[in-house]
Design a protein around this ligand. Structure first.
Ligand SMILES: [Fe+2]
Length: 323
């Protein structure tokens, strides 16, 4: 009986308390018939109901932008977002929609950089690496986004060999650096203590009023001495995990990688990346967020990165330039 009550608390009341903040889904293929996402308005509304019930207050409509496959312009996304918003309002679905795009970091990405569509009024540009991406194209795309004054928001690195390896190698490098720093600190302290003991013995022998103070170790010099190579991608990149990666929706390998990257604190946020109503049950599992503090923290991400952008002043369609 107690177990049943506990489950009810976990699945019903706990998520409600945890999701008290405005939760934003930064990645969702909810727009009807523009990419491989929702195929109809009915399916979009069904997905919206599920996302709202899950706890989302805002959802970014982020269709693919892939040359030759999904050639949709920012203006068309804005218009489609407005139309779906009207449909949701009519259907009494409590969900605010923001326009966005999911850019592919391939050889064609440079064609889009002069008219990038950010996520709502944030400076985040959602992008992903192609399955078999050439690293040079990925890095060039990220560099172009940064050059334009935007923030690359890289989708599901756990599903990209390049980003997974880069993130874990970077963390390995950090660990090695820290271990190296700790070892150097221990070595210097050891030598320092030995030197102090010798000095004390010497002064004690010949000068009974000798001071007992010791020289301090310069931590800054140790830090700079142990600083190694920097990550390959530009500074300022942020990453979001897919919720489905933690539920096993993409398989055990992606699931293991997602937890590994999570453990390394490399994610800034988490998103649904929902493509259809059939994926709702395997992807939108509330207990994953409610019972894991690290995932819960990621779900609180509101689009503000290093204080350079804010989600507080673009809550209406007029303010985010939909018209
Ligand atoms: Fe996506």
């Amino acid at each position: 009986m107690l177990e049943i009550v506990g489950m009810i608390v976990c699945y019903c009341f706990l998520p409600m308390r945890f999701f008290a903040k405005r939760m934003i889904d930064f990645h969702c293929h909810i727009l009807p018939a523009v990419d491989d996402g929702a195929v109809s308005i009915d399916e979009s509304i069904s997905m919206a109901r599920s996302l709202s019930a899950f706890g989302y207050k805002t959802v970014c409509c982020t269709p693919h932008c892939i040359k030759g496959s999904y050639d949709i312009t920012p203006q068309k996304v804005r218009e489609a977002t407005l139309m779906l918003q009207a449909d949701l309002d009519n259907a009494d679905v409590q969900l605010e929609l923001w326009p966005g795009m999911e850019y592919m970091l391939d050889e064609h990405f440079s064609d889009y950089v002069d008219d990038l569509l950010t996520l709502g009024g944030t400076k985040l540009v959602l992008c992903q690496a192609p399955p078999r991406a050439h690293v040079d194209y990925i890095l060039e795309g990220l560099r172009l986004i940064v050059e334009k004054g935007f923030v690359p928001f890289i989708a599901h690195p756990e599903r990209s060999q390049y980003f997974y390896e880069t993130l874990t190698e970077r963390e390995t490098w950090n660990r090695e650096r820290d271990e190296s720093k700790d070892q150097k600190t221990r070595d210097v302290k050891s030598r320092d203590e030995e030197c102090q003991q010798r000095s004390r013995r010497f002064f004690k022998k010949f000068w009974p009023f000798a001071p007992k103070s010791s020289r301090s170790v310069s931590q800054e010099s140790l830090m700079s001495a142990s600083r190694g190579p920097r990550p390959a991608f530009p500074e300022g990149c942020h990453f979001h995990a897919n919720l489905g990666s933690f539920t096993g929706f993409y398989g055990s390998q992606v699931q293991a990688r997602a937890y590994e990257i999570l453990k390394n604190s490399a994610y800034t946020g988490i998103a649904s990346d929902l493509h259809n109503s059939a994926s709702v049950v395997p992807v939108l599992q509330r207990d994953k967020l409610a019972l894991n503090p690290l995932l819960k923290k990621l779900s609180d991400f509101n689009g503000v990165v290093s204080g350079i952008n804010s989600t507080d002043d673009f809550n209406t369609a007029e303010q985010i330039g939909l018209f």
